[in-house]
Structure formats: C-alpha cells, structure tokens
Design a protein. Structure first.
Length: 582
C-alpha cells in the first residue's frame, strides 16, 4: 500500500515534468548546435598549424579568424538561450506545484506543530528548480557528446583515443564513487536539518509561552545541539565532496597535459601533425568538461534527487481530490451518524459513535467538561476534520461530496481560537472572495452586531489587520469573526465558545445572531462552557470523554443536570458526616 501511495506522487511529478517537455526538447536541440560549434576551436587550431603557418597567408588567417569569431558568437548566444530555457523549465515546475504544496498543510488534519510539510515541500521544490538552472543540468545535456569527442580524438591517432577513453573511465569511476559514498551522509544531514527546523518552528510558534515559562535558554541550548550535530555532519560531507572534486579537477588537468605530451611524441614521430596535437588536447578538455562539472556540482544533483523522492512522498500522503459536482444549495438538515475520531498515531478515540439529527430552525448546545471532544466535534461538523468512521451529512449529502468552496459557503464557523488573516476587515468577513458584494459584508456584520464596532475602527471596514498586529481587541475580534461565520447566510453555523471574550453587549449581540439564524431556517450548533450562551438552544447535548451521555430538549437536560448535581452534593455531605462520626 505504501509503495502504491509513493507511486502516486511519482506519477504526479512525472505529469508535471511532461508539461515541461517542450522546453526540455528545445534545450536539447540547442545543445546539439552548442556542442557542434564547440568543434570550432580544434578545427581552427588545425587550420592554423596545418594551413596558415605552412602557407604564410595572412588573408587566410584573417578569414579563418572572422569565421571563428562568428561561430563562437553563435555558440554563446545558443548557450545563453539554452540556459534561459532550462531556468524557465524550473520556474514552470515551481509554478505548477506552488498551489499544490501550499494546500498540503492547509488540508492536513494534523496539528500545525506536527506537520511541517509546507516548509519541507517548498525546500524540495526549490532544490529541484535550482537543479534546472545550475551548470550540472547543462552538463547532463552535454554528456552524450563525450563519446563523440573521444571518437574524434581517436581519429587523430588510436593512442590518443586510448588515453582519452581510459581517462574518461577513471573520471566516471570517481563520479560514481562520489555518489555512492555521499548518498548516506546526505540523507542523514537532511534528516538532522529537518529535525532542527521542526523544533525551531514549534518554539517560534509558542514563543510567548516559552518566554513565560522561562525556557528560552534551555530550549535554545537544545536546538543549538541539534544544529551543531547537523553542522558536523555537513562539514564531514563537504570535506568528502571537496576531496572528490579536487581529485577530479587535478586528474583532468594531468590528463590534458598527458595528452599534449603524447601528442608531441607522436608529432615527433611524424604520426600526427602539430595541429592534431593541439586539437586533441582541446577536444579532450571539451569531452571531459561535463564530467568535471557533474562532480563539482554533484551536491546540487543529490539534493534534487532527494527532494524529488521527498516531494513524491508528500504528494502521495495528500492525493488530489476528485473534482466534485456542484450540488444545489443545501437546506439546514443535519445528520451526524456514528462519528468516531481517532487522532493520527494514537489508539484512543476522542469521539465515539456520535449520532444525532437537526432540522431547520434548531439550535443545539453542546456542553461538557474540558477535553470532552466539543471542539473536535465542531471541526468534524465543518469538514475541517474527517472522521475515522461515520459521516456528517448536510441535506442528505456527506460533507466530502461538496467542493471546498461550496462547503465554505454552506457552513459558517467561529473557532475557539479566533484569528484574522492579512487583509482588511471587509476581506476577512467575506473570506477574500474577489467578487464580494459590500452589501453582503455589511449585512453579515449587522447580523453579528459588529457593524458599529467596525465603524469605530480607524478605517472602518477598510482597516488593515495582520495576525499579531491588529488595532482590534479580543472581544471586537470575536464579534467580527462571528460576522465572518454569518457571511452569506449559510444553512449551518457552528460556534465554538462564541462568548469567551464577549462583554455584556457582545453577549446580547450573539443572542440576537443565534435567533436570526434560527428565524431564517438555519441550524446553529454551539459548543459552550458558559450557561448564558445556551439560553436560546432548543436542544442540549452532554459530552463526556468523547461520548454522548445525554441528549434532549434544553429544559429536560438542565433539570436532569441540576438534579444529578444536587444528589451528588447530598451524597458528598452524607459521606462527610459519616467520616466525622467515625
């Protein structure tokens, strides 16, 4: 199963690479002409030694020099164009994946601190994009021409060809050895760096708490230890890669000098001309140049290969959902059937066999102690969290049958932790829809009792807010986020602790908003700790340890709860009296 999932990611990446085929084919065509034009230098040298020096013709020299300059100019232009094509191939790869990568985290059901997927996947995409614009990519296009140049050297003399081929085999062996020996340390370094980055991300997310608990020094020391370990691995890997790069460079220079020496010997023997000696040395340099570049730039290729595998795994873990048929605007008929939620990597259920039905114009209050599963139920009912078993249906259709955009319009949600995103107040209320009607924004704010609050802001509805830097108080923020939940009059509204930051006026506005949703035939589900927020609820549900312990009309549940509390209090008094008598 895991292999099939990984294959899904590989297939998706290959499809994206296939869309770059035109750019890569053009780059390959340009490479043909670039490598053919590389023959300009050895041919020019042959003509100089074998024709110009022997004839003493300055006109021939001038003509050959002008032709050589023109051909090198063409080669430079084509090489530049090839580099631009490869850079744009990398850019297209990134552009095709950016939205997909961004949605990986957005659609993940894990907690933010447990899913540093986006940062890792973005680095993977960047590593692959850098490969396309790096010299190693052009070296890959030039490598197929190495045998051609070696054959040309052999044409001059078999001994020269034998020296060139043997030298090429040694360089390829060094390259393969480099790849084999550095593959393991590269994977270790990647994991160590990722571990340190994950820890840094979690600490930065909880920076205020870390400072409040006095953990700044100890957590920094722990993170620094991880970085030092990764740094040591990186230095060791760098030393190893540098050793191979120096070996390759030194041997290539020796080989080129050896080619000149052997050519000089053959020229003295009359087997080749002096021009062939110089031309053979130039051809050898061109033949082995791609190998030299590949060895020097091998870390880029290794990082890209590891990034490709990692990216394939990320994409396999979050496959692209099928395109959903747009369903009719749903009515407020809610059915929750046998919903069970088991968090990833855990064996216990935070919700167990939750089932109930709600009809239009109904408000349900969900009460229970902390950790009972109220917020988890809210996330399940909004589609933010897929249950491990069971289903939530809106007007007969399971939530995952709706497309994300339609589901967002059909369910209003006020989470326990209210936040704004970068933008204006109006944009936040409207969910950043580009075709927003200002009248709808004002209507949602009015329904939430937030209209006057917004008008009191420096720029009213156009006040720009950012997370952590907002002129809005906690109570104001909660009322404006309530307006966001009511925007577009969704049939289902889920409110998680909606009055946690509200004053008296805010609580009254919340009551009016709840009554408004009921009056228009919507359904309201309220997760509550405070009794005041459930006064307009028709039904109450009591959750305890993920199970429904009671469900029914509000007055009946409250009466039963009060009676149970009284009986427990009386029993406690009796036990205290018995202990005193004893």
């Amino acid at each position: 199963m895991g292999h099939q999932q990984h294959a899904y990611g590989q297939k998706e990446l290959r499809k994206i690479r296939h869309r770059m085929r035109g750019l890569l084919i053009n780059a390959a065509i340009f490479s043909i002409f670039v490598n053919l034009l590389t023959l300009t230098a050895p041919i020019y040298m042959l003509q100089i030694y074998d024709r110009v020096l022997s004839s003493g013709s300055e006109a021939t020299l001038a003509t050959l020099t002008l032709l050589m300059a023109f051909l090198f100019l063409m080669m430079g232009c084509l090489d530049y164009a090839r580099g631009r094509l490869l850079a744009r191939a990398g850019a297209r790869f990134q552009a095709d994946l950016d939205e997909r990568i961004f949605l990986l985290n957005l659609n993940s059901e894990q907690k933010p601190q447990d899913r540093p997927v986006t940062a890792s996947a973005v680095r993977d995409v960047d590593a692959i994009r850098r490969l396309f614009s790096s010299p190693v990519m052009t070296a890959f296009f030039d490598l197929p021409w190495t045998p051609v140049f070696l054959l040309a050297i052999t044409v001059f003399h078999p001994w020269l060809g034998a020296l060139a081929v043997s030298g090429g085999v040694i360089l390829v062996t060094i390259t393969s050895l480099n790849q084999w020996l550095t593959r393991g340390p590269m994977a270790v370094l990647r994991n160590q760096t990722l571990h340190a980055d994950q820890m840094a991300g979690r600490l930065q997310t909880e920076g205020q708490l870390v400072r409040a608990l006095g953990l700044s020094e100890t957590t920094t020391l722990r993170w620094k230890r991880l970085r030092i370990v990764a740094l040591g691995t990186g230095l060791s890997l760098s030393d190893q890669q540098s050793l191979f790069a120096v070996m390759t460079k030194t041997f290539r220079q020796f080989l080129q000098s050896a080619m000149l020496g052997l050519g000089a010997y053959l020229a003295l023997q009359g087997a080749i001309s002096p021009g062939a000696m110089i031309a053979g040395s130039i051809l050898l340099s061109r033949a082995l140049g791609p190998i030299d570049i590949a060895v020097g730039q091998w870390p880029v290729a290794q990082q890209a290969k590891a990034a490709w595998q990692s990216l394939a795994q990320h994409l396999s873990d979050a496959p692209v959902g099928a395109t959903r048929t747009t369903l009719p605007t749903p009515a407020a008929n809610v059915q929750v059937s046998n919903v069970t939620v088991i968090p990833t990597g855990q064996s216990f259920a935070v919700l167990q066999n939750i089932s109930f039905m709600l009809s239009p114009g109904t408000a349900l209050g969900v009460i229970g102690p902390s950790g009972a599963g109220k917020s988890t139920l809210a996330q399940v009912m909004t589609g933010a969290l897929r249950p491990s078993a069971g289903s939530v249906r809106l007007d007969g259709a399971a939530l995952h049958h709706y497309g994300p955009a339609q589901l967002g319009r059909s369910i209003g949600y006020l989470p326990q932790r209210v936040v704004f995103f970068d933008g204006t107040v109006a944009e936040n209320i409207a969910g950043f829809h580009p075709d927003t009607d200002d009248a709808d924004v004002v209507a949602a704010a009015t329904a939430a009792g937030a209209h006057q609050v917004i008008l009191s802001l420096p720029d009213g509805y156009d006040t720009v807010v950012t997370p952590g830097n907002s002129p809005i108080s906690g109570g104001q923020l909660q009322r404006i986020c309530l307006a966001r939940a009511l925007y577009g009059a969704p049939p289902l509204v889920v409110l998680d602790e909606p009055n946690s930051n509200l004053d008296l006026d805010g609580s009254e506005a919340l009551s009016v908003a709840i009554q408004g949703v009921k009056a228009r035939g919507g359904v309201v589900v309220i997760m509550a700790h405070r009794p005041s927020v459930i006064q307009h609820c028709d039904l109450l549900m009591v959750l305890d340890r993920g199970r429904i312990t009671d469900f029914g009309p509000r007055e009946d549940i409250l009466r039963k709860t009060v009676r149970n509390a009284y009986q427990l209090h009386a029993l406690h008094n009796v036990e205290r009296g018995s202990d005193a008598n004893a």
